[in-house]
Design a binder for this molecule. Structure first.
Ligand code: S3P
Length: 447
């Protein structure tokens, strides 16, 4: 993100900390926030969303539904009122819908727009989104009878709303975004639509559709939605985003003498693969105050620093930790022994090629890491990383990786284009600075 004064990307230096001690609460879950606005847009009447995770990505979703004729009122940063148009009430804006950097927005909205009879839409995005594969949604939507055209599998996507058919679709890749596109299009089909998953992925769409009154049947490896007469959500309380808590969990694990509490975090088991991985590595993370927030399991996390040992991650564990795998790499770089990630070729289709970007970043900071076709291998050293300079490449997860590496390093980390964090977590550096200040005065509980 360029500095308005100089036109160049803003860099930040994150200095080491002696320890991290304190309490924090991270913003609302990005995946759930997108879904609450998108599904709210096709509900009857008002959907009130609290704990909304405001970010560049989710603001693109608000702008998109507004362009389609939906009224969205904003009360402060975290409360929204979405006045839905009903299942069939979205109207063509007559101009392209800009999905910016948001993969979740473009894939999910495509499923909804495919069913808006007689309307025509065009979806565009930024350079990064324009390099990401869209054939993976166009193909199943076309099988349902949708009028969907991509530019050789990439943006822009043209959509003509048509009558759709229910299908049974076996996902070729474990992707919640593709699953969700098909399920949302299934709302407009002439019969049930079933998606079969090669491995479990996040299930926020099916949870929210069921909460809105749709008939959703969940089996161990598949989910079926039946076309509803109407949807109505009412209230959605968004829990804290595990993916935004994860950088702090890893930071407190790596920085000796730390004790951190993170409150109100979504602990949907399809999102918390990193916790299982870290615990296997020896991390000291416990949960308390288990409860439900917005129909999702949630709790408070307590993290104490701990020495780590290397581990292997593959197969079904990958989708459960997909956005946190760069942080796993950092933890592995500071663990004793070898760590390996396999079966994660999907990382190459994210905001950047996150296999190359993660390995390059870690090497620049003094770690021993090697890219594999479908993952990476890392030889850890159980000590602080040296530090150095990395580039976010416009990828929010890479910028946060650099910041965590910085606090846990010996010499600090300079992050080029650090403001990329605003894609999912605009206040990230402020929260880290506040924690740094609090840690200087607070002592960990001695129990
Ligand atoms: C998301 C699903 C994941 C994840 C992305 C958000 C979602 O993508 O990486 O950040 O909200 O459904 P894929 O499902 O394509 O792996």
């Amino acid at each position: 993100m360029p500095d308005p004064a100089t036109g160049s990307a803003i860099a930040r230096v994150v200095e080491p900390v002696p320890r991290l001690v304190g309490h924090l609460a991270v913003p609302g879950d990005k995946s759930i926030s997108h879904r609450a606005v998108l599904i709210g847009a096709i509900c009857e009447g008002e959907t009130r969303i609290t704990g909304f995770g405001r970010s560049a990505d989710t603001e693109a979703t608000i702008a998109a539904v507004r362009a389609l004729g939906v009224e969205v009122y904003e009360h402060g940063r975290e409360t929204l009122r979405v006045f839905g148009k009903g299942l069939d009430g979205l109207r063509s804006p007559g101009a392209p819908i800009d999905c910016a950097n948001a993969g979740t927005l473009v894939r999910l909205i495509a499923g909804i727009l495919a069913g808006q009879l007689g309307e025509e839409f065009e979806l565009v995005g930024d350079d990064s989104l324009s390099r990401r594969p869209m054939g993976r949604i166009a193909e199943p939507l076309a099988r349902m009878g949708a009028g969907v055209e991509t530019a050789n599998g990439f943006l822009p996507i043209g959509i003509q709303g048509r009558a759709l058919h229910g299908i049974e679709y076996l996902l070729p890749v474990a992707s919640a975004q593709v699953k969700s596109a098909v399920l949302l299009a299934g709302l407009y089909a002439d019969g049930p639509t079933t998606v079969v998953e090669p491995a479990p992925t996040r299930d926020h769409t099916e949870r929210m559709l069921a909460a809105a009154g749709a008939n959703v049947t969940v089996r161990s490896a598949s989910v079926t939605v039946e076309p509803p007469a109407r949807l109505s959500l009412g209230e959605v309380e968004v829990p804290g985003d595990f993916s935004s808590a994860a950088p702090f969990v890893v930071a407190a694990t790596l920085v000796p003498g730390s004790e951190l509490h993170i409150h109100g975090v979504n602990l949907n088991p399809r999102r918390t693969g990193l916790l299982a991985i870290l615990q296997r590595m020896g991390a000291n993370v416990t949960t308390y105050n288990r409860r439900e927030i917005g129909g999702e399991p949630a709790a408070d996390l307590e993290v104490h620093s701990a020495p780590l040992v290397g581990t292997t991650v593959d197969g079904d564990e990958v989708p459960l930790a997909i956005d946190e795998l760069p942080l796993f790499a950092l933890a592995a770089a500071c663990a004793r022994g070898e760590s390996v990630l396999r079966g994660a070729a999907e990382l190459r289709a994210k905001e950047t090629d996150r296999i190359e970007a993660t390995v390059d970043a870690l090497r620049a900071l003094g770690a021993r890491a090697r890219a594999r076709e479908d993952g990476f291998s890392i030889t850890g050293v159980p000590a602080r990383l040296r530090g150095g300079r990395i580039e976010s490449r416009g990828d929010h997860r890479l910028a946060m990786l650099g910041a965590v590496a910085g606090v846990a390093s010996r010499e600090g980390v300079r992050i080029g284009d650090a403001e990329a964090v605003s894609v999912s977590f605009p206040g990230f550096f402020e929260m880290l600075d506040e924690l740094r200040r609090a840690s200087a005065v607070e002592q960990p509980d001695r129990r």
